[in-house]
Design a protein around this ligand. Sequence first.
Ligand SMILES: [Fe+2]
Ligand SMILES: [Fe+2]
Length: 276
Amino acid sequence: MEITRRDVALDFDPTTVPKDWAGDTYMTTYLGALSLLFPEGENFFVSSVKHYRAGITSPELQRDVAGFIGQEAMHGREHRQFNDLLVAHGHTEAPIIEARLRWFLNRVVKKVLSPKSQLAVTCALEHFTAMLAEQLLRDDRLRNELHPTVRALWMWHALEEVEHKAVAFDVYRSAGGGYARRVAIMLLTSVVFFTVQSMTHRRLMARRKIQWKPWRWVRGMTRQWIWPGFNLRLIPSYLAYFRPGFHPGDHDAGELLDRSRDQLFTTGGLRLRSGT
Ligand SMILES: [Fe+2]
Ligand SMILES: [Fe+2]
């Protein structure tokens, strides 16, 4: 499957996109926190893959890497624009959160971890994004609550995360990355990712003044962890990563991708800026 960079035309107008663009404040701030982590996170993913690009001998993998870099660059651009919408909605803390994450990735992660371990971090986080993305594409209960403009962003991003879910992993293997490092880094990354995501989410909830009002967020937590348990249902996919023979492509998502492309670009009417 070819990994295509799509120059999508999205526009987030704070006067037409409601403040609770994901149905309620809890879910809006949860997804908003993820969006704030994307641009810097994706920069990190790209730099960790680029480090090994010159040594890749397979022309197919070279082509996939070019597609991966192109897609992640577009995600970063569109989520930056989306994050400006969050600022327009009153989240003036957003640039500080992004600056802190940039500092953490550049001054801590890149200084402490070797290039191969940095690539293993990318593999771990690409596994997370692919799991979340597949769920968003499969489960219309989640995406139906999103405002249409916002839904286009998340569905397009989800589609491409599933399309390129194996690229960083294949680069890791071609660079000689092994099992022990992969799973050790997954455990470390899981702890750091959930800590950073929860801290960011809490900060956004505080801005919206629901942090100390559990009746405002208990429904969201119940939906995530109990019923229908969106996060709970991701646990088997998460655990699959710990199998020694795991590969992201083990689980074929071809049909889901075809249907999602159609929903997004044919019936959904998402336009591209250029003819990509
Ligand atoms: Fe992405
Ligand atoms: Fe990605």
